[in-house]
Design a protein around this ligand. Sequence first.
Ligand SMILES: *Cc1c(COP(=O)(O)O)cnc(C)c1O
Length: 435
Amino acid sequence: MKDLSIEIFKDMGITPEIYEYGESIWNSLKDRFEEVDAVSEYNQIKVIQAMQKNKVSEACLIGTTGYGYNDLGRETLERVYADIFQTQDALVRPQITCGTHALALALMSNLRPGDELLSPVGKPYDTLEEVIGIRPSKGSLKEYGISYRQVDLLPDGSFDFENIKKALNSKTKMVTIQRSKGYQTRPTLSVQRIGELIAFIKGIRPDVICMVDNCYGEFTQTKEPSEVGADLVVGSLIKNPGGGLAPIGGYLAGKKECIENAAYRLTSPGIGKEVGASLYALSAFYQGLFLAPSVTANALKAAIFAANIYENLGFSVVPDGREPRYDIIQAVTFGNPEGVIAFCQGIQQAAPVDGYVTPEPWDMPGYDSPVIMAAGAFVSGSSIELSADGPVRPPYSVYFQGGLTWQHGKFGIIKTLQKLVEKGIIIKDFDRRNL
Ligand SMILES: *Cc1c(COP(=O)(O)O)cnc(C)c1O
């Protein structure tokens, strides 16, 4: 079997030495992968349990058109989400266009003029800057008279409790906590740490709404932030919980009142959750959710593999090869533009879709340096599928995530290494005896 693998990898441009290097790294990770599988098994059963409890039936997969009254599949799916996240209610819709939209919806529907939003974990995800009005933007919270305050994490990544306490004031209505580090260098927050932060905040202001930006974090642990005190968790269906199959969508799960507010904002006051045809998306939403624990595990394995491949070659990687993981993002720092470009080209060349194209850096609107992106996805822009991107500027880091199957993730990473070696960016004899 091994000879056969070496052969097909060779057909795909991977030298036997690099293949063997990948195997040796993989062999060192088996215990780690077993832990990932154990979390995935737990979450798989959790999803099945929620589906059975809510009597998901064939009729739920069909969907509605027009107003979408009495959409059995939509209503059942929202109860399934509420059970998985252990919340009173949920809003799971194809009309929520992306993660940013889901987060904006949660904020704009639960805040009123004169209220204040607090981020106690530093700067939020880039796209939220315009939602909040940190960067001036049409329709931002700021334009509606909603103010914003931020407390950064301390240099060692811990919470600045003293300043969080000071920042909480009579105007504070909502707190936003981003679970994933996103494209920053701070650590990703575990569900346990999020719970500690929320307990501290609620100890001072029990009435404040604690929202968690759950993007990239779903199913990486056995608990979700809503089980440790979050009033609202929010995310994108073209990341973890869509399992690679959801073609669009976002979700909010949380307290009844928070979800009600969001529904009235998404559709209209007076109408709320009662409308919103699910069209033809339900089957993919259900099946994607069913696959999500396993797909998330595959993405985690790819990230752990990448960390170990490159750490072992002396590159700086975040998280490192051994740390526990609470999201699916892996950063690797190459220190030169060629490394970032070669990595992204390797990911692209491993893709099932658009595998023949060569990504190049370009001046993307909103960025202050050229950005290179690699994605060959079945769902456009889906970052639960194997993808990578990096701004071409110091320290020349690339951010890598996804992989619907572990085998694809592994192939993608090996392909990046092959590219880096071919371009002379990594000079090493990959003979096994030299490892
Ligand atoms: C992806 C992401 C978002 C935004 O989601 P989009 O679907 O890209 O709009 C927000 N927050 C975090 C942490 C994310 O990873």
